[in-house]
Design a protein around this ligand. Sequence first.
Ligand SMILES: Nc1ncnc2c1ncn2[C@@H]1O[C@H](COP(=O)(O)OP(=O)(O)O)[C@@H](O)[C@H]1O
Ligand SMILES: [Mg+2]
Length: 290
Amino acid sequence: MTPDLFEQGAERLASHQARVVNEVTSGDRSAGYGRVHEPGSLDLTHGRILYLEDVNVSFDGFKAINNLSLDIAPGELRCIIGPNGAGKTTMMDIITGKTKPDSGQVFFGSTINLLRHNEPEIAQLGIGRKFQKPTVFEHLSVFENLELALKTHKGVAASMFFRLNGTQRDRLSEVLHTIHLEDSVNAQAGNLSHGQKQWLEIGMLLMQDPKLLLLDEPVAGMTDFETERTAELFLTLKGKHSLMVVEHDMSFINTISDIVTVLCDGSVLAQGTLAQVQADERVIEVYLGR
Ligand SMILES: Nc1ncnc2c1ncn2[C@@H]1O[C@H](COP(=O)(O)OP(=O)(O)O)[C@@H](O)[C@H]1O
Ligand SMILES: [Mg+2]
């Protein structure tokens, strides 16, 4: 290759990379639908997909996160409980790059320092986040919402001519099946029940095949039936993905949990099986006994 051509190639590559980053705008919803560009790049040799050590965050002098250390194994479904204001949502903000900690370490696998990445980049690395409120596109169908979860990362010109390829169609069918919305594929998202909207949003995250899913109070406001269905859904996701689930619903936690971490005042108060933490005097005092 001549130096000229070489330079042009480098320029094209640089502008393509800049576009990829720019097209994924920052913010709650798009940040959650990250696309994994380098599926092989996560180093799990140390048996941890997520690793936090001595993380601290203060808001106007108030320590919301206080020497927080925690790690999660690949394929694990970790439940996080704790009183309001314990720092559960702030912890997710830190993992997803929404909030930068004052000190500490946050690693994705053994080698990816998440503190060096911004929100859209972290989503692209394979960390998907589900916020408390469902934020599906109400005027679009279930199918269109799922399709859009793939399109979002193609840029305007590309998305105008976007057609699902065979692999993506298969993925969409698989996700529809997983989230129990096969019968509602053409329904307008706005007409779904609250629980179905939550599942659809989880489905939109799944379209990106995230390695780690963060779910903040996913069953809040759901009926008992919807909560049971969601427990089943999470149990099917476990193993294929790593999950961090923040919830207050103890019977839901009981159904899905292996290890439960209790957060209080921005750090880990207790950790173990649900039965173990429920028997812990300190946990009863600050959270369960109220
Ligand atoms: N952006 C912020 N500015 C100021 N204070 C905040 C901010 N985010 C969270 N906090 C405070 O940090 C503490 C932890 O909040 P949060 O992480 O939402 O708790 P949880 O999700 O466990 O209920 C609370 O006292 C909350 O008021
Ligand atoms: Mg919260």
